[in-house]
Design a protein around this ligand. Structure first.
Ligand code: G6P
Length: 615
């Protein structure tokens, strides 16, 4: 949450910072701001506003935006409402320091009290303003330079942060630091970039250094990158190559990133399985599993921790692993897992799933499981992310940057990796018959073509969406593998259209939600042909008997459901284990078009953020 950007070098900073903020708006978008050291009068100019980056640009149109050193921020409010005062950058009392921050300072009240007792005054209610004042206080009382003040100050700070600080009298440097929140430094020729991820500087350099926890980076004009820890011990920067391309960060002719990402899925699935599934050689090789095969062969239990859409992928993983590998699996919300006293036995494996690789609760769950001796396997999309680094081994989903806040291609990528993981373990353990192994490899490799086909239902779904634009509630039902798919369909709808939607196991509906059903209630049922198809039909009958309006996702050629449902969307036949990969697409499209009809901000829905780095 919150995006930070910084630049120092020979170019004008403002356009780089503004474009960078636009790329990071997925991280939060309730206020934005920029600080620059003016070329004209060496003043520290700070402009900030409630609203989006466009609003900031509008405000800056008539201002002095000159300067070759600057920092900028897009906010997702935690402490203090999103208004102009609480927007970042925040300034210290003497107005010589400007600071941007992503994260939460947990002991800000204690620090604030101390600062107030020492004559400091505060304009807003954020923890960030406390942090910048705290750094200034240390700088003044210890009579040290900014770097040392930051090191000393951060030793007393409890919480998570990625920060960048601009000092009025030092236009030649920016000081940045992190603990728990992501921070990347782009290394150019005689220039440096700072950002929450590499996307703001991908067109300027392909070299990046990911800052680690409790490291402070100093980026200076004409000097090499300096990284030290909080005790002033020099750290060697590890330069990596950026893997994303500019075209991946653009809409490519689509009206929204979400629609682009839905349509990319046949290709992203090919990218996800490339080099892992080999149909001719009849094998699936997930190297993270193979490298740790003893652990997987001897695992007594697997616990999967995740949040949001990743948690839904985890539920499908539970079915796959129990079904194919005969290993007991538990799925936990990371936020719940971390705050109870979970039993972790020797030999348990914890799988952490996170698209962004930065989700604070998932990261904390990993740390807890690690401290209790579990082997941790990560499934993430972002190379070099905090979760990728915190895990013992893992697999990337390789679906390319996901910009739309509502997750689409990452979900199908996660389910695909879990499918490959289950097949790899099942083969190693001998819990799958050779014929089934061969058949399922072929089925999984064939999913991208089926996705291509199901994307052709787009015009039909667009038409269908018009009927439901003004619905106030939705119920989504499914059984077996289709139950998590129903949860995910409901989540997509509520995230972007703000229509209340509940996902439920179809049979469980009669124990409560059935009371909600009348002629106004749309019920989406995922009723593809599988081992519980007949049972699902009975559940549809229960809905119809109460006059609910049924939208069914069915297998091509279906007759029984088609006869009773009000509307049907056909998807190609696939093994039930991989059915959620195919049925995800019409559910994503239905949510998308209903949101478009309602005129909501599809890519940046209200109150949400893509990367939740606060608990
Ligand atoms: C946020 C996003 C969701 C996402 C969840 C978990 O709430 O809005 O789309 O599913 O975080 O994110 P992760 O990056 O850990 O998968």
């Amino acid at each position: 949450m919150c995006g930070i950007v910084g630049y120092i070098g020979p170019r004008e900073a403002y356009p780089i910072l503004i474009n960078g903020l636009k790329r990071l708006e997925y991280r939060g978008y309730d206020s934005a701001g920029v600080a620059l050291i003016s070329e004209k009068d060496a003043q520290l100019n700070i402009y900030k506003t409630r609203g989006k980056v466009d609003d900031l640009e509008h405000q800056c149109a008539s201002k002095d935006i000159s300067g070759t050193a600057g920092i900028a921020h897009t906010r997702w409010a935690t402490h203090g409402e999103p208004n102009d005062v609480n927007a970042h950058p925040h300034c210290s009392q003497s107005e010589s320091l400007a600071l941007i921050h992503n994260g939460i300072i947990e002991n800000y009240l204690v620090l604030k009290q101390l600062l107030v007792e020492n004559g400091y005054q505060f304009k807003g209610s954020t923890d960030t303003e406390v942090l910048v004042q705290w750094i200034e206080y240390i700088k003044v009382t210890h009579k040290v330079d900014l770097l040392h003040a930051v090191q000393i100050a951060l030793r007393e700070v409890v919480g998570a942060f990625a920060i960048a600080i601009l000092e009025k009298d030092r236009p030649d440097q920016i000081v940045a630091a992190r603990r728990g929140s992501p921070l990347a430094v782009g290394v150019g020729e005689g220039e440096f970039f700072l950002a929450s991820d590499a996307s703001p500087f991908v067109e300027y350099t392909n070299r990046v250094v990911y800052i680690h926890d409790d490291e402070v980076a100093v980026i200076s004009r004409e000097k090499p990158l300096k990284i030290v820890n909080l005790n002033d011990v020099a750290q060697t920067p590890e330069i990596k190559e950026i893997e994303m391309s500019l075209s991946q960060l653009e809409k490519g002719g689509y009206p929204h990133f979400m629609l682009k990402e839905i349509n990319e899925q046949p290709q992203t699935l090919v990218d996800c399985i490339r080099g892992r599934i080999n149909v001719e050689a009849n094998n699936v090789v997930l190297s993270g599993v193979i490298d740790n095969q003893e652990k997987f062969l001897n695992a007594g239990r697997i616990i999967i921790v995740a949040c949001g859409t990743s948690w839904h992928a985890a539920l499908i993983g539970e079915h796959l692993i129990e079904d194919l590998c005969r290993i007991p699996v538990e799925v936990e919300y990371a936020s719940e897992f971390r705050y109870r006293n979970p039993v972790i036995n020797p030999g348990d494996i914890v799988i952490a799933i996170s698209q962004s690789g930065e989700t604070a609760d998932t990261l904390a769950a990993i740390k807890l499981a690690k401290s209790r001796g579990a082997f941790i396997y990560g499934i993430s999309n972002v190379v070099g992310s905090s979760i990728a680094r915190a895990t013992d081994s893992g697999s990337y989903i390789h679906v390319g940057p996901e910009i739309g806040v509502a997750s689409t291609k990452a979900f199908t990528g996660q389910v695909t990796v879990l499918s490959m993981l289950a097949l790899t373990i099942a083969q190693l353990k001998g819990t799958i018959a050779p014929d089934d192994y061969t058949r399922l490899i072929g089925e999984l490799a064939g999913v991208p073509d089926k996705m291509e086909k199901v994307l052709k239902t787009d015009p039909q779904i667009q038409e269908l969406s018009k009927i439901f634009t003004y619905a106030h509630n939705f119920i989504y039902l499914g059984r077996g593998y289709n139950y998590p798919a129903a949860l995910e369909g409901a989540l997509k709808l509520k995230e972007i259209s703000y229509i209340h939607a509940e996902g439920y196991p179809a049979a469980e509906m009669k124990h409560g939600p059935i009371a909600l059903i009348d002629e106004r209630m749309p019920v989406v049922v995922i009723a593809t042909s599988d081992s519980v198809y007949e049972k699902t039909i009975s559940n549809i009958q229960e809905v119809k008997a109460r006059k609910g309006r049924v939208v069914a996702i069915v297998t091509e050629g279906d007759e029984a459901v088609t006869d009773i449902a009000d509307y049907c969307i056909e998807v190609p036949r696939t093994d039930e284990r991989f059915a959620p990969l195919v049925s995800a697409i019409p559910l994503q499209l239905l949510a998308y078009y209903i949101a478009v009809n309602k005129g909501t901000n599809v890519d940046q829905p209200r109150n949400l953020a893509k990367s939740v780095t606060v608990e």
